[in-house]
Write a protein that binds this ligand. Sequence first.
Ligand SMILES: [Zn+2]
Length: 322
Amino acid sequence: MIDEIMPRLYRIIIPLPNSPLKDLNSYVIKSGDRNLIIDTGFNRTVCMEAMQAGLRALDIDLSKTDFMLTHMHSDHTGLVSRLATDTSAVYFSRIDSSVFNENINWQAMMDFALCNGFQLEELVKAVESHPGLKYSPKKIPEFTFLDDGSIIQAGDYRLKCLLTPGHTQGHICLYDENKKILFSGDHVLYDITPHIESWSYEVNSLKNYLDSLDRIKNLPVKIVLPGHRNLFTDLAGRIDELKKHHEIRVNEVLEVLGKNTMSAYDIAAGMTWDIDCESWEQFPVTQKWFAVGEAIAHLRYLESEGRIKRNTDQKIVTFSAH
Ligand SMILES: [Zn+2]
């Protein structure tokens, strides 16, 4: 499905089967000179077919097309190496690119997950079914690195990169100051809450995320173009809702913890999740991975605020109230 958002700016909706996200918004700026495609879809046939149909309908010549990836997740990056040609520039966050360069260290993430209460058998299943492993680009293209403040010019769209860490460490939004449009990637979504996770205690993802929300909250925008679902206009209002959501989640984590000493895994099992399941036992394992990652992000944030403490003297890391 395609819609025209503004002159020469289009959206191709790419289905993401079996993902709670439902689909991905791939944005296309058509220009006589170089076209630009922002985000691509999983490296899966069903995504490739939707993309090709959209590009055909828009009459896009890939040899005159560059790419920009808002962040490293495979629903945004997966197809890029199949679409990019020898003449394509692939613009990508310098920070997020390290994931591809070092070929994502799954072993370190798995060790970390075990320390946080995952059982090995379940963990192996969770990692095997993780979309990051299954649907990433098979060949890594040569990137043109983006930093905070980098500019991409596409036709008469002048897109300024805003580094907005949180959803990933190197997430980038694109802002056109003249047209007052913001490509928000997965930093701000309208219909769903962006997933915030941590797979290391070095990174305080939730704190970074909340700071990054503040960073863009007061930008003058006429329209926000997110990575998934509907476009929207009230950026500041949506950011207030997201901040409120995390405040509620943080309080829920505190409530589940109570006076207990618990692992992140057990805390995740005690939290409420917006998923069609009777109990934690029935949770699909992939979703358990995301849930535990999200619990860790909230626990790490609470620890940094001095509201709980992390105990590391045993094999399994636990948390407790002060
Ligand atoms: Zn994402």
